[in-house]
Unconditional design. Structure first.
Length: 265
């Protein structure tokens, strides 16, 4: 496993934890879609799938037409072997790490006593100053209705105008410490901005959100105490999920084959 750029520590920790608990599971499928990606892992009769964002729009492939030079070599190998062969300085390799880790850990939610936890609406919003890092469009009308104030910052700046206009734009991460609640996209783990953004949140109640989110409480509790809630997706229909991913579908099209899980830390 090679490493260079930002947000490595949390991924390195996740890799270590995943190898320790699930290293002998087999990666049976891996799909890197245009919107999201998915991995399937198995051990004996047990199988589990996991998701992560792809974000191809932020990747420079430096000529040629291959985004991953080792494409076609990942499946049929153990989780440990695949994770050891990844270079997490490469963005798509980070996506692969998260799909595999999420597949592994969602397989054990029931054993952790977390299966079925879905507390939609439990994020502190009412009367709060709410900041959003990343664009979660379906949430915005409710937040604007209930929150004392609202702001959003996104790598794709033009999308923030969909939140209601320029007045809702956060210009830089330094403004985040002024919000009571910060909804933070887990794609920051993929694009290398996780540490920078989280350090800017101060004492805010941070919710790490999106299908890339590792639903692993132990990953955050000591090192990242400002993360007070994690919100991700568990695959409920693997075949349907793989079909959507392979046909360039995004999170909204995965709603009928996944379920949202929120865990308060």
């Amino acid at each position: 496993m090679k490493t260079e750029m930002g947000s490595n520590e949390v991924l390195e920790t996740l890799i270590s934890m995943t190898k320790k608990s699930y290293g002998d599971w087999i990666v049976s499928d891996l799909r890197l879609g245009l919107g999201n990606s998915a991995a399937v892992v198995k051990k004996g009769s047990r199988t589990s799938a996991g998701l992560a964002a792809t974000q191809l729009g932020t990747i420079d492939i430096h000529g040629g037409c291959s985004y991953v030079n080792r494409a076609g070599t990942f499946t049929g190998k153990s989780v440990s072997v695949v994770l050891d062969g990844l270079d997490i300085s490469q963005q798509l390799h980070r996506t692969i790490v998260l799909t595999i880790a999420n597949a592994c850990y969602t397989s054990s939610l029931e054993m952790q006593g977390l299966d079925g936890v879905d507390k939609t609406g439990s994020i502190p919003i009412k009367g709060q100053k709410v900041g959003m890092v990343g664009f979660f469009g379906p949430m915005i009308p409710k937040i604007k209705k209930l929150a004392a104030s609202f702001g959003v910052i996104d790598l794709f700046r033009e999308r923030t105008t969909e939140a209601g206009g320029e007045e809702f734009m956060i210009e830089n991460y330094g403004e985040l410490s002024g919000f009571d609640t910060v909804i933070l996209t887990a794609t920051t783990l993929i694009n290398g901005t996780f540490d920078e953004v989280l350090s800017s949140c101060g004492d805010s109640f941070v919710v790490l959100m999106g299908p890339s989110t590792p639903l692993v409480p132990a990953l955050y509790e000591k090192k990242y105490p400002s993360i007070r809630m994690i919100s991700g997706r568990v695959v409920t229909d693997t075949d349907r999920t793989l079909a959507v991913i392979s046909q360039a579908g995004g999170t909204m099209l995965l709603k009928d084959c996944t379920r949202k899980v929120e865990i308060r830390l």
